[in-house]
Design a protein around this ligand. Sequence first.
Ligand code: SF4
Length: 343
Amino acid sequence: QIEEPEAGDSEKPSCSLGPPTESEGGDVAKGNVLETAKRKRSHVPLEIFHLRYLSVTDISAQVWCEQQMVYRRERPDLTPPENIVLLNTGKSIHLARELEDHDLVTVSTTSREDSWAIKVLNLLGMLSVLQEGHRVREFPVFGVLENIFVVGVIDQLGYTPKGELELNELKTRNNASMPSAAQKKRDRFQVFLYKYLFDAMVRGCLTPDSFLQRLHLRPEQPLGPHVQDQARKSGFTVSHFRDLLDLLSLNLTHCEIPAIDRLQIEYVHQDSGAALGTEVLAYDQDEVGAAVRYFLAYWKGQRDSRGVDVEDAWKCRYCAYAGICEWRMGKAGSPAEQWKKPK
Ligand code: SF4
């Protein structure tokens, strides 16, 4: 869940995803403490993969096939080279759009705190641009979900002619056609998660302790000279990592940026750059809450990873890991255990 704001801040809206239901929580919701403890000792993917945080794309990949996401981490040697080429082409298109709005500056870092300070500085800079009513691209979002730190980057945020705050996600496609329903489901979840994290941030749910405790960062670490210099150019005088976190917390608590009103996904053909179509989404907080709890239970070792369910077995035909997949060879998924389907 998103961390609670400071005690006594009872006026603020909740930062929680809401209570888990029995159907979402499985054995965890039923309080099977012994089973959970046993798994924690032997099988906690966050620890196995040495991860201090997850990205929104990590969690979104679980929508398509969780087992495939696991194999991608365990067996990168099996990832087809064409996937890497497609990924790089997609990144180039995103970069070209970003450069339309601002230049990129390289800043040398000397510690982990410096690296996170750069991300925080980017966020602070974009908050003021957004507050002035302008468009921003590659906007970083952070939050704590189910006690796990999660990071993401929103492609574009801007205001519609009616003054609504709009999130625009750019998806590049190899095929010159709109995606299948299964791909749209994954994309939709990703955009919902961005909105959830963004809205929680501008409600003041992201505290300095969210960074320090979850990422094991040192508040008293002096910032490197290049980072301090970059901060000065952005109008901030900071010397230690804690100064920057306090500044961020202050800005987020007092900013007048609204929650995101409108969500849309823009699909573009990679080769030609031609627009393929746009999907406007109706946000469903219950859906995203249920899905997040289910997906993060895997990372915390509260349940095993799952492959696709029977009706999605067609995905295995296109999967690079089909030859080694134990789920495909040994088990069939139970539709009853799926996370809540789109309406
Ligand atoms: Fe998932 Fe099927 Fe690939 Fe196994 S073979 S990882 S179940 S898509």
